[in-house]
Design a protein around this ligand. Structure first.
Ligand SMILES: Cc1cc2nc3c(=O)[nH]c(=O)nc-3n(C[C@H](O)[C@H](O)[C@H](O)COP(=O)(O)O)c2cc1C
Ligand SMILES: [Mn+2]
Length: 496
């Protein structure tokens, strides 16, 4: 499944009744974000804002939000029907995440329709929202594919990293040296005392944010994996001022350099995080100096209202529910753990919680699962709380998982295991500030927990329980259930 560009994706959403055009005037400052939040709460459609205060005419007049804001739209973007099961979607992503089709380089593309450089560069010509009243500025990069290149291997990386408008041609980013993949590139450029070339791609095939927003293994180029998902190469074109390549049919590309010279740092934050909390005091951070902007004619800006709250899932949490489950399942497979039947990430948790369903093969298996997940670099911000259930419990059903938690877990015995002080998220508001002091500790410290909601094999099998370790449940015998099903109409219960 592939979309040639964001416009084709918008057309598909509209055809499926998954898009609403907002033609009433909306202000980019707080109002656009508040509307998007209310629509997310109502599990509503993608939004194309077409009448933005101050942007009725000019370089860019439209903004798309919530394109991947529910599971149906994510399924459509990946080429599945809306009612695809969790397992099928997760299995597809597991498979595709390991495949590659390299991009094809082209020399012409609509992203070069307009080229702006020098003094003409002004990010405020785009209708960039201040999404939330407590945010420190206008976040221009919330769903952009941020492209960098490893100066040693020359392999490109594409990631989503937040960036805020500084001056009209500067963009401070949450860029942590040695952190995410571009942070690892930044470390190398910094050691060479060179600024890092960067290109930020706004608006293309929805596969771009789906892959840029999730950890593909280091050294693997996300353009190659996007090719595998698309079933055809991404068509890339060389940038004007940096040694990088970007989709030829992208809406907008912003090129520039980020230096590690603290004199060039600019203040960034606060920002409404995926946790649903507004975090970070304004902090001096590495800032991109823009050298060039290229865009299509009448470009459509693309942004994402970040942050998940009960009842309102962000695009990030919708994507994460599938990506983080697939990545976890691949980790468990690579670790050689048998019997994994399904992996579910509750969207509301953004992957901080995860439920693994197994056919239990041995008593220590749930601990092995937790250890494998916690030992993986993909656990930096995720998999804090791991729940393991057996094959009779649907991991995507809160009710079923809760029943297993209530009746198969005895905390003092061994169902709950805390692994203290392991690496974890520095933006988790439940972690004391001194345990997420990145300057001192490198990254945050997490106390992770395993809830082993499987039946303990330390219990003796008992004859009175039909040779099982747990008593029979109140479910009728299969033959009794079958007889009742047969007599259902006769019993006058057919309408139930
Ligand atoms: C909407 C959205 C916003 C994000 N913001 C950030 C961010 O500001 N900083 C960050 O390090 N990761 C952020 N992420 C997560 C990264 O995109 C994710 O960890 C990804 O794996 C990074 O790419 P990489 O693995 O190639 O480094 C965000 C993800 C999404 C979907
Ligand atoms: Mn990467």
């Amino acid at each position: 499944m592939s979309f040639t560009d964001m416009r084709q994706w918008i057309g598909r959403l509209e055809k499926e009744g998954e898009l609403r055009r907002i033609t009433a005037e909306v202000h980019w400052d707080r109002e656009l974000g508040a509307i998007t939040r209310r629509v997310l709460e109502k599990k509503g459609p993608a939004l194309l804002f077409e009448n933005i205060t101050g942007y009725k005419t000019g370089r860019c007049t439209k903004l798309l939000a919530s394109g991947l804001g529910n599971r149906d739209r994510l399924a459509l973007a990946l080429g599945f029907p809306r009612d695809v099961s969790n397992g099928d979607l997760v299995q597809h992503v597991m498979k595709k995440n390991r495949e590659t089709i390299p991009p094809r380089l082209v020399t012409e593309g609509s992203v070069k329709d307009v080229i702006i450089s020098g003094r003409d560069i002004d990010q405020t010509e785009f209708p960039v929202p201040r999404w939330h009243y407590l945010e420190g500025g206008r976040y221009i990069h919330t769903f952009s594919g941020v492209v960098t290149r490893d100066p040693e291997t020359r392999v490109m990386n594409v990631g989503i990293y937040r960036g805020m408008i500084g001056q009209k041609n500067t963009t401070p980013f949450l860029l942590i040296k040695g952190g995410q993949h571009w942070g690892q590139h930044f470390l190398k450029y910094s050691a060479r005392k060179e600024p890092m070339p960067v290109a930020c791609v706004i608006g293309w095939d929805p596969i771009m944010p789906f892959l840029a927003g999730s950890p593909i293994p280091p050294g693997v180029c996300e353009w190659d994996v996007m090719g595998a998902y698309r079933g055809e190469p991404a068509e890339l074109i060389r940038c004007e001022t940096v040694d990088l390549e970007v989709p030829a049919s992208a809406e907008i590309v912003i090129e520039g350099f980020i230096s590690d010279d603290p004199a060039t740092y600019e203040t960034e934050g606060p920002f409404g995080e995926f946790t649903g909390y507004v975090s970070d005091i304004p902090t001096p951070r590495p800032s991109m100096r823009i050298t060039c902007i290229t865009h299509r004619r009448e470009p459509i800006f693309r942004g994402c209202l970040e942050g998940t709250l009960p009842g309102s899932y962000s695009e990030n949490s919708v994507m994460s529910s599938v990506q983080r489950a697939a990545i976890a399942w691949n980790i468990l497979t690579a670790a050689g753990i048998p019997g994994v039947r399904d992996v579910f990430v509750p969207p509301i948790t953004n992957g901080v919680n995860i439920v693994v369903q197994i056919k239990k093969a041995y008593q220590g298996q749930p601990k092995q699962i937790a250890a494998a997940l916690w030992g993986a670099s993909a656990a930096q911000f995720r998999y804090k709380n791991v729940i393991v259930v057996e094959e009779d419990i649907d991991p995507s059903s809160y009710e079923q998982v809760d029943w297993a938690f209530a009746h198969r877990v005895n905390a003092g015995h061994e169902g709950i295991v805390v692994f203290p002080g392991i690496f974890g998220s520095p933006i988790d508001p439940s972690t004391p500030l001194e345990e997420r002091d990145v300057a001192q500790l490198g990254t945050g410290l997490w106390n992770r927990v395993l809830i082993d909601a499987t039946r303990s094999w330390k219990f003796e099998r008992r004859e009175a329980w039909g040779g099982e370790r747990f008593p029979p449940t109140v479910r009728p015998a299969p033959e009794d259930e079958a007889r009742v099903r047969e007599r259902w109409e006769e019993l006058g219960l057919g309408d139930l």
